[in-house]
Design a binder for this molecule. Structure first.
Ligand code: GLC
Length: 727
């Protein structure tokens, strides 16, 4: 297998790039800054999956006449590896025929495996991987994706999402690593290294605070002050940039009145000058146009082009026209934009093409005979992510138990895989690989007696009576509910509650008295307040990918001991979406009588996750009672398996700052370590805390390590240390 060059933005720029730049016309330069979706070049009668036929005239006009430098996406469905390689060969041949023969940079959304390759390994989504809290596993998952991406000749993926999942209503919540800024940075860096170590360029997205819409709907405003954005959303991008991420994609939304695509503050002052990013900044879909037509900060498309280029974008995902191209040429010709500014972007883009080896090997097709191994990793990842939220002892199931399997997710492949699965919206079951199994099919392999009643749809009523009747004749009922696949704004909801038909189905089954197990297949935490108490068990399975049905059944029947933990706070009420790292004022119970559970009252806290064994902590030790602001603190804790089964366990470390110039969080996740212990086994787990990581964020976004007392917490254990003042 040819090893691809490791990709990093740091290597961009060379003699070849400079000599090309000197010989390029303005139109050729601006062409390199133009990115089209392949749908704009496809023949009208092109097949919509497996293979894709280009319209030769459209291809020639784009590549030869308009000098387009980048193409992305699929037309509709996945292509076969051969389909990809033929398409890319045809595109590169067109590029070879141009005056300078600059290769085309092709980008694809491989966000949970090679999800646009027929037969590609479909991994659990990012949120699901986050439930493992394991950077090594995430890196290996990214390596699997990269190898299959490169095998199809594709050099660039639009992943990982580095947006911290601060708003569970957001339809792209499943694309995040959950609500923790630290975990997003830890796992996001691992994913970048996984992709780029295998020679595929990664894209940190979507810079910045796209995942914080105040109203929860996609591409709507994040009403956050700059300090909060610096504190909650910026750190994962800093880590990815320090790890050499090759590209960043810009947030389609706005931050407090300013669209990020036209923000010199975020794209130049912060991204380039403070974070030192040297890679390529690509816009999101048509977002320069939207500065005029949606955000209405640009009176014309020409103003929009000028604002975005002046702010700092390099590559415009137009994605199906030459407006950007024409206007940028005009802006340079009239002197509104200096050609040197265009050179800056072209240098970065050519540098990325060179770092990818595209000039020397336009089609990096490497053989990955490892699909079998890749499927095994996908299964391991799904197993390690399964999060058991409740179990009154009904689990694990005995094979002899007569089981009813009901609910719209019971026999659904799209509800296992979610969005971005062989099609953008993922809800095209015809595109799934032969042999893929559903939850029902996997349970039927294990249960002596299994009954199936759909009971209802995800949003539509069904035959609840038949499901209840079947439950009465069963020893246990598995109710598989949640959400069917969606991507982006198609997943916008007005209410985070689980849909009415599904709640009514679950309540009807529970009312029969048959022990009921809720299996949740969903991209975000739909509210189940009126179901939780009546269930015997709840398994959060998220959107676990093609191997997820097997992992679910293995956990239900005890073949796998669950070890996943929630990477987010699971809300109990639709208007109480408070994360773990909230403020003291959010814990106060302001009601006079009756005094309630306090302001922070989630269904399940971040980190919730049961096992079929038990783990206990003791001997929480700190290396130093006092450290310098530039120092480190070493934390050790002993973990024991006090139950009767071997088990994997993620040990989570939290910190709390007693007082701060800016209101401190009640706690923030700061570390995770995995142990696997036999019954009676124990291990010492250590964490290295760097004082700088505990820094507060000033109004200007700079970080400052404040003197004072800090708590370290693992489970119910707590220890306190001080950071000394250097004044
Ligand atoms: C979409 C998404 C972005 C994706 C891009 C290309 O609108 O916002 O995440 O990478 O367009 O498909």
């Amino acid at each position: 297998m040819t090893t691809l060059p490791e990709v990093t933005a740091r290597k961009a720029g060379s003699g070849r790039v400079e000599s090309l730049l000197e010989s390029m016309t303005l139109e050729e330069k601006v062409g390199q800054m133009t990115q089209l979706t392949v749908g704009a070049l496809a023949a009208d009668d092109s097949p919509r999956r497996d293979t894709l036929r280009l319209d030769p005239a459209r291809l020639h006009r784009a590549v030869a006449e308009r000098h387009v430098g980048s193409i992305i996406n699929v037309l509709h469905g996945s292509l076969t590896v051969d389909g990809w390689c033929r398409l890319l060969e045809e595109i590169q041949e067109a590029a070879d025929g141009t005056r300078l023969g600059i290769p085309i940079l092709y980008g694809i959304d491989h966000v949970h495996g090679a999800n646009y390759v027929v037969g590609g390994t479909i991994l659990p989504h990012t949120l699901v991987l986050a439930a493992t809290f394991e950077a090594g596993l995430v890196r290996r998952a990214a390596e699997v994706t990269a190898r299959e991406t490169a095998a199809a000749g594709l050099p660039w993926t639009f992943a990982p999402v580095l947006d911290a999942g601060r708003q569970p209503l957001w339809p792209r919540f499943y694309e995040t690593f959950g609500e923790s800024t630290w975990l997003t940075g830890e796992l996001g860096e691992a994913m970048v290294r996984g992709f780029q170590g295998e020679g595929v360029a990664a894209t940190g997205k979507h810079f910045l605070a796209y995942s914080g819409p105040a109203g929860g709907r996609d591409r709507t405003p994040a009403l956050l002050g700059r300090r909060a954005v610096h504190e909650q959303f910026l750190p994962p991008f800093r880590r990815a940039i320090d790890a050499g991420v090759a590209a960043l994609m810009v947030n389609s939304g706005e931050i407090d009145g300013e669209p990020v695509h036209s923000s010199r503050y975020w794209l130049d002052d912060v991204l380039r000058r403070r974070l030192g990013f040297k890679g390529v900044v690509v816009t999101d879909w048509a977002d320069i146009t939207f500065l005029h037509t949606r955000h209405r900060v640009a009176p014309s498309l020409k103003d929009a082009t000028r604002m975005a280029v002046q702010a700092g974008i390099d590559l415009a995902m137009t994605p199906d026209n030459f407006d950007f191209h024409d206007r940028l040429v005009e802006l340079v010709r009239e002197g509104s934009i200096a050609e040197a500014r265009v050179d800056e972007s072209v240098r970065r883009i050519l540098g990325l093409k060179e770092a990818l080896g595209l000039f020397d090997r336009p089609l990096a097709r490497t053989d990955t005979g490892g699909r079998k191994r890749h499927r095994a990793l996908a299964l391991d990842a799904a197993r390690a992510s399964m999060t058991l939220l409740k179990n009154d002892g009904v689990l694990p199931l005995a094979p002899g138990a007569r089981v009813l399997v009901t609910g719209p997710g019971a026999h659904s492949l799209s509800a296992l895989n979610g969005g971005w699965t062989h099609t953008w919206q993922g809800a095209d079951p015809g595109s799934y690989e032969p042999g893929a199994t559903t939850v029902l099919q996997e349970i039927a392999k294990r249960a002596d007696v299994v009954r199936h009643e759909e009971g209802c749809g995800f949003e539509r009523e069904g035959n609840i009576g038949a499901a209840a009747a079947a439950a009465q004749r069963s020893d246990v009922a598995v109710v598989v509910v949640g959400e069917d696949a969606y991507s982006e704004w198609a997943g916008d909801v007005r209410d985070l509650s689980l849909s009415g038909p599904q709640r009514r189905l679950a309540l009807a089954v529970m009312s029969t008295g048959t022990p009921t197990i809720l299996v949740l297949l969903q991209g975000r935490p739909r509210i189940i307040r009126d179901l939780a108490d009546g269930t015997a068990a709840i398994l959060m399975a998220y959107w676990p990918g093609m191997q997820g049905s097997r992992a679910i059944a293995e956990v239900l029947y005890g073949e796998v001991n669950p070890s996943g933990r929630l990477p987010f706070t699971y809300p109990k009420h639709p208007n109480a979406l408070t994360p773990h790292d909230h403020k003291t004022t959010e814990t106060l119970d302001t009601r006079l009588e009756p005094r309630g559970p306090g302001g922070f009252d989630p269904q399940f806290e971040l980190g919730t996750g049961l096992s079929y064994t038990t783990f206990e902590y003791d001997e929480l030790r700190l290396a130093s009672p006092v450290i310098d602001p530039s120092g480190r603190q070493r934390v050790e804790v002993r973990v024991r398996n006090t139950g009767s089964r071997p088990g994997r366990h993620s040990v989570l470390l939290f910190t709390r700052q007693h007082f701060s110039r800016w209101t401190p969080h009640v706690r923030r996740l700061r570390g995770a370590r995995q142990v696997t212990l036999e019954p009676g086994g124990a291990a010492d787990v250590s964490f290295a805390l760097v004082a700088e990581d505990l820094a507060a964020v000033r109004d200007d976004g700079e970080r400052i390590v404040e003197a004072g007392a800090y708590d370290v917490m693992v489970g119910d254990l707590k220890a306190t240390f001080r950071i000394r003042s250097t004044a």
